[in-house]
Design a protein around this ligand. Structure first.
Ligand SMILES: Cc1cc2nc3c(=O)[nH]c(=O)nc-3n(C[C@H](O)[C@H](O)[C@H](O)COP(=O)(O)OP(=O)(O)OC[C@H]3O[C@@H](n4cnc5c(N)ncnc54)[C@H](O)[C@@H]3O)c2cc1C
Length: 612
């Protein structure tokens, strides 16, 4: 066992954790700041590894649409209104107001944001936004942010501990006083690998929990450890039912939106049969369906507020029938004609033309159209093992990409437990049901900075508590009970199946009840440490907590909103409507003496003061 004492402990080294660490050190120059990461720093977590066709960082700059000194207010309003009025308005205001400073900091650190000839940043519109706010470097914007922050940190006096999984937070009289971790590299007994961190304040920046679901675009180590340990320690969590899900390639993890939809491919199953029509209202003609496919290009994540959710529902239902699903670019969908697309879609298509073809050829196949508007995507897919030119289809599925909710924070990045802060995807309350694309990377920077500053400021006034050996033994005892029960590998597979079946696109009361029943019986049976080791078992235990929070939040929200599509019966064509304003509430989850308690609360509304 090793003891590590510090002023501020930061758990997680993605965009949020790194930003928090920098700010903590700058606030507490003589203080000891310790940054711990489960994987290698700069090699683990989403910020360091994720990419997509063009990753977005939202910022309202002085010249950003719609312009004027109040343009940040539109940004705050988008986060709050498009988020479905279930986030805290004051946090939305902080995000929007601080976006310029967050952008300028990264720009100053050397993140290569694309700029126009006049020196202004090139910004585009993302899913769910009304104005062009997305700054980008290309497909690897997040990775560039991680690299720049890491470079900055390497010149600072800070302790960085890699390959150490924090497994639990430790409390004393209602205050978080540190954490327990396990070194993941060392051979030997668990006692030898144990790390005991005593801190004055602690920041959770452990990212999301993609691994709770069968198919996701997260790295595998993203098991929601922060959500689970905060829950066990008694902190409040919020908005756990709001998870971003959209169609992605299973093989390459590429999100299939934008031009991949605007080329209007066929949605087929493994038998080559088109299936969308089966699950859509009878009144929809082939022309309507082809227009809907085109429209899906502009709304990747499923959302009640976008009628393209009908496509996500159809995909999901076809998969539940036991089918695999594909995008086929060799042949047009039934009765397709480019001329039948609505004029606004034809105009949009024309604006994207890169390698013009004749109008006759445009009518021929989805591949012809894709080669006209995005030839690079065809080459990219070939390099990653999918050859559209030889007729290969893209196998897709609804994939999990982002958790909108998390550990409930307030304006200082503070959680409901004393001494605890959270930032980035681990935190909740700053985003609502829908998250306009680009605001997650922003959020890590804004609240990472705030949490770092506030945790360091609080540490100045607090003294450190020694963690007693008895406390450590208590946790160890709990962990070591894992030599009975079901093998961790099997439990994890079952959790993923339950979440994918009952908490994905189509949610019903009946299904969610069944999901909760299975999770609770897995919990009763216990998670046995298997050949994958102790950390894998502890992660799996965390996934049980996370899955139960998601399922219970889903079953509590008896309406649809954002990605939460709640159906009366699985067979129904349409989800229940949103029940404004009765349900302009968020669901807060808390562990009270071992019982998972959920309650509805009214969020802080968005109100601008007259002088703001
Ligand atoms: C494919 C993809 C595309 C995306 N595109 C966009 C986009 O265009 N715009 C946008 O705004 N957002 C986007 N997002 C979301 C956004 O990238 C993430 O929300 C954000 O990067 C999360 O940053 P983070 O710092 O909170 O967590 P992460 O970057 O995931 O970092 C988490 C850190 O915590 C560590 N950790 C985890 N558990 C433990 C533990 N128990 N102990 C110690 N350390 C631990 C990990 O090792 C890692 O260092 C995308 C996400 C994906 C997956």
């Amino acid at each position: 066992m090793k003891r590590i004492n510090c002023d501020v402990l930061i758990i997680g080294a993605g965009g949020a954790g790194l930003r928090a660490a920098i700010e903590a050190k700058e606030t507490l120059k003589k203080g000891k700041i310790v940054l711990v990461s489960k994987g290698g720093v700069g090699r683990s977590g989403v910020t360091a590894t994720a990419c997509s066709d063009r990753m977005a960082f939202h910022a309202t700059l002085p010249y950003t649409e719609p312009g004027g000194p109040d343009n940040w207010k539109y940004h705050a309003e988008d986060i709050y209104r498009i988020g479905g009025y279930v986030s805290d308005g004051d946090l939305a205001m902080i995000l929007a107001k601080e976006a310029q400073a967050a952008f300028e900091y990264l720009d100053h650190l050397g993140v290569p944001f694309v700029k126009k000839e006049n020196g202004r940043v090139d910004q585009f519109i993302t899913d769910g936004s009304d104005y062009a706010r997305a700054c980008y470097t290309g497909p690897r914007t997040a990775n560039h942010i991680e690299e720049a922050l890491l470079k900055k940190i390497s010149s600072m006096d800070m302790v960085i501990i890699e390959n150490c999984m924090i497994a639990d937070l430790i409390q004393y009289r209602g205050r978080v006083i540190g954490a327990l971790g396990i070194d993941q590299r060392e051979e030997g007994s668990i006692e030898n690998r144990l790390r005991v961190f005593s801190s004055k304040t602690t920041i959770l920046a452990t990212g999301g929990a993609g691994e709770a679901f069968k198919i996701h675009v997260f790295p595998e180590e993203m098991t929601g450890d922060g959500y689970a340990m905060a829950y066990r320690a008694g902190a409040e969590l919020v908005n756990m039912e709001f998870i971003q899900i959209g169609p992605a390639s299973i093989k390459t993890r590429l999100n299939c939106s934008g031009s991949l939809m605007r080329a209007v491919p066929r949605f087929v199953n493994e038998n080559g049969k088109e299936f969308l029509k089966k699950y859509l209202p009878e009144s929809m003609t082939c022309k309507d369906i082809n227009n809907l496919i085109f429209e899906k290009g502009a709304s990747w994540p499923v959302s009640l507020e976008k009628r393209t959710h009908l496509i996500d529902v159809a995909m999901f239902k076809e998969m539940v029938q036991g089918h695999r699903i594909f995008l086929d670019y060799t042949t047009n969908p039934e009765s397709f004609s480019f001329q039948d697309l609505d004029q606004k879609w034809q105009d949009r298509y024309r604006r994207e033309i890169k390698r013009p073809i004749s109008s006759q050829q445009r009518e021929q196949t989805p591949l012809d159209r894709l080669s006209e508007i995005n030839p690079e995507s065809i080459d990219w897919l070939k390099q990653h093992g999918i050859d559209l030119r030889s007729g290969e289809p893209i196998e897709i599925a609804p994939c999990i990409q982002h958790f909108q909710g998390g550990v409930k924070i307030r304006k200082k990045g503070n959680a409901s437990l004393k001494g605890l802060y959270a930032a980035g995807e681990c935190a909740g309350g700053q985003h609502g049901a829908n998250r306009p694309g680009g605001n997650a990377l922003l959020d890590g920077q804004v609240f990472g900075k705030i949490a770092g500053r506030e945790a360091a400021t609080e540490a100045i006034t607090k003294s450190r508590h020694e963690i007693s050996i008895n406390q450590v033994k208590g946790y160890l005892k709990q962990w070591m009970t894992r030599n009975q029960g079901k093998k961790a590998t099997e439990v994890r597979k079952e959790i993923q199946s339950v979440a994918a079946r009952y908490a994905s696109i189509v949610r019903t009361e009946e299904g969610l009840k069944e999901g909760i029943r299975i999770i609770q019986s897995l919990r009763k049976e216990g998670v046995r440490i298997d050949e994958k080791g102790v950390s894998f078992a502890l992660e799996t235990q965390n996934l049980l907590d996370v899955a139960e929070m998601i399922l219970k939040a889903c079953i509590t929200r008896k309406e649809s909103r954002g990605p939460h599509l709640f159906f009366n019966r699985f067979e129904d064509l349409h989800p229940l409507p949103s029940q404004d304003p009765r349900w302009r509430k968020y669901i807060v989850i808390q562990n009270q003496s071992g019982r998972m308690v959920l309650r509805k609360e009214t969020p802080v509304s968005l109100r601008f003061q007259s002088k703001e």
